[in-house]
Design a protein around this ligand. Sequence first.
Ligand SMILES: [Zn+2]
Ligand SMILES: [Zn+2]
Length: 311
Amino acid sequence: MNERYFGLQDESGRFVRIGVAENSNQASQFEQAGFIEIAKELFDRLKEFVEQVPFLELGALILALDFLRQLRTPRPLRMALSQLPINRRGLFLQQVAFKERMNNLAVQLSRGDITLDEWAGTMQEEIRQHTLQGRVLAVGKKNLDANDLLEVQRDTEEQLMYFENWRSELAVDYGKEDFEGFDAKALARRGRLYANANRKGFEISITQKIGLPRLPVYPTQRSDCGSLCGCHWAIFPIEPRLGHYDCYWGLGDAASCDQCDTRYNVWNPLKVRYGKIMPYYNTPLLYSDGWSISDDNSILFGPDSGAVPVK
Ligand SMILES: [Zn+2]
Ligand SMILES: [Zn+2]
């Protein structure tokens, strides 16, 4: 069977639908309706993406269309750091706005203005949009590529998995006969934890776009502060054509944890030369995987294997 794949945009340039035709009769209907023919691989990606993100203002659907446009105009794989918009201010504002909406949603659910299902549906949508917008703010809408979209999808799925756990916890209480309503503050507090969930993707996308190797860890990963981590990788091109960069762990405004402090000291900078990460003091204190250090900094305590003197 010779299937052909199509996508449709609306008059304001939004990607609104994709479809598959099994024969030329079916295909001509798509063509007459203004669909653009696309590759199967692209169709599969977009399909998941579009289904995941329903039609919303400035939503993923616009991005899907831009993505299509980009495929027609290939661009170099590696970008200069200066070509990326890296909108940290936007990321901050976006997180503030997100937290505000989390608060509002929590109040609505606790008051019974919306049902648990309605709340969950909106939350899922919020999480999807939020993940995507983090990428957009990091690399710019016009620079998003297939890889970005796949990673956004993966990140979104990961977050939605966490959310699903939360939702089912709430559903247990909700179903009880003596249920007296949710605590708005507790709901809001937990909802706000998702605000920073797009930071990791934000940071990863920057390093990827300029052709840096995967850095040892990204903000919010393997640290006590977790999703509250406000740190970032500050990247300085030394000789980008040769793959030389200096990468500093920039501490966030929020109180930082032991791992973030260690990273700040160790990766000061983390040197990348010829596209490779140069050796650094690889102490387990960089990660929150059960290690700690004595007050006088002389002994490391491992998660299960006792103590190790610091050399
Ligand atoms: Zn941090
Ligand atoms: Zn931290």
